[in-house]
Design a protein around this ligand. Structure first.
Ligand SMILES: C[S@@+](CC[C@H](N)C(=O)[O-])C[C@H]1O[C@@H](n2cnc3c(N)ncnc32)[C@H](O)[C@@H]1O
Length: 314
């Protein structure tokens, strides 16, 4: 069963982990490198013997370094969340904002975990000054015993993987991470989607995507990049410009807007690589098939949707 990390985030790849894993299982490498580790769910499930996991968000790195040095243990997490959960319940939820203020002043990793697990929709958002600014999930009894046990088990599982896997966590920009990479590494890059986020630690521009492409090529390492290919409305044209000399393989992923079944939306997810992956084709082949109308991707207009769009024929 997939390892679920204790920290939550909107870009988390939990549902794509098996697919990513199936694409790398026959690739040999000395070290697994993630310049954009986020919650770490991909690396923790791949379970490499050696890993370098980095992110520009210092709070993620502090949290996992805390687990590595055993400053954060499952029993400490259990005691902390039980105690703080009681205060949250007694205050009818108002205490969430005390913890948020305390975290923004002192950056305690346990407060970070508390906020990640009791904020609205498990989101991770920081304002211009780097302050966590997600509101409360409005469930004062959020840390009932069953959830506290679940979270402390997640900490225990991740701690075991970190211990077995010689993991290094570093707070740094992706450029610094890619400077450390050698040709024996396998890089898994999962940058933010271009233009989608306005978060302090998590914005991403076309220039950065171009730089990422160049730095990956210069590193001489094998790499995989996670990105989206198309949704109901749009295709990701950057694939055909910036990543045109790569291989691509795709899968369809469903997500629910606001958790409602009727708002089920499909996104076609892509893995782009300098390796031939199972079922991959070149990006150029995909583009030419689209142009000739021979691709899995066809131009189809939806009745309600006037603008031209690309949809995946399943
Ligand atoms: C899509 S998320 C990664 C999600 C991760 N694979 C997971 O499943 O949890 C992108 C991550 O990139 C980080 N990030 C954004 N800009 C960065 C940069 N310039 N250098 C390093 N990390 C960056 C963000 O903080 C965020 O954690």
């Amino acid at each position: 069963m997939a390892i679920v990390p204790p920290i939550k985030s909107q870009g988390i790849k939990t549902k794509l982990v098996d697919w990513i894993q199936s694409n790398v299982e026959n690739t040999k490498y000395d070290r697994w490198v993630e310049p954009f580790m986020g919650t770490g769910v991909v690396g923790f499930n791949i379970r490499p013997q050696k890993a370098l996991m980095c992110d520009s968000n210092p709070h993620l790195i502090n949290f996992y370094n805390g687990i590595k040095t055993k400053e954060i243990t499952s029993s400490k997490v259990k005691a902390f969340l039980t105690n703080e959960g009681k205060k949250l319940l007694a205050s009818n939820g108002e205490y969430y904002y005390d913890v948020r203020k305390r975290f923004n002043a002192k950056h305690n990793p346990l407060d970070f975990l508390f906020l990640s697990r009791s904020c609205f929709n498990g989101m991770m958002r920081f304002n211009k000054k780097g302050g966590f600014n997600v509101p409360f999930c409005k469930k004062p009894n959020r840390f009932a015993q069953a959830l506290v046990t679940k979270i402390s088990n997640q900490v225990k599982n991740v701690a075991q993987i970190i211990e077995l896997g010689d993991f290094t966590f570093k707070h740094q920009d992706f450029k610094a991470t890619l400077n450390e990479v050698t040709k024996k590494d396998l890089v898994y890059a999962d940058p933010p989607y271009i233009g989608r986020n306005v978060d302090y630690f998590d914005s991403w521009s076309e220039e950065e995507e171009i730089l990422l492409n160049q730095e990956l090529i210069n590193s001489n390492a094998n790499y995989l990049l996670s990105t989206w290919l198309s949704n109901k409305y749009r295709t990701n044209d950057y694939i055909f410009s910036i990543w045109q000399n790569s291989f691509i393989t795709t899968t369809t992923h469903f997500y629910h807007v606001g958790g409602k079944e009727k708002n089920r939306n499909a996104v076609n997810e892509a893995l782009i690589s300098n390796l031939t992956l199972p079922n991959s084709i070149t990006v150029k082949e995909m583009e030419s098939k689209i142009e000739k109308g021979e691709s899995q991707l066809t131009n189809q207009k939806e009745e309600k949707q006037k603008t031209e769009q690309l949809t995946l024929k399943l």
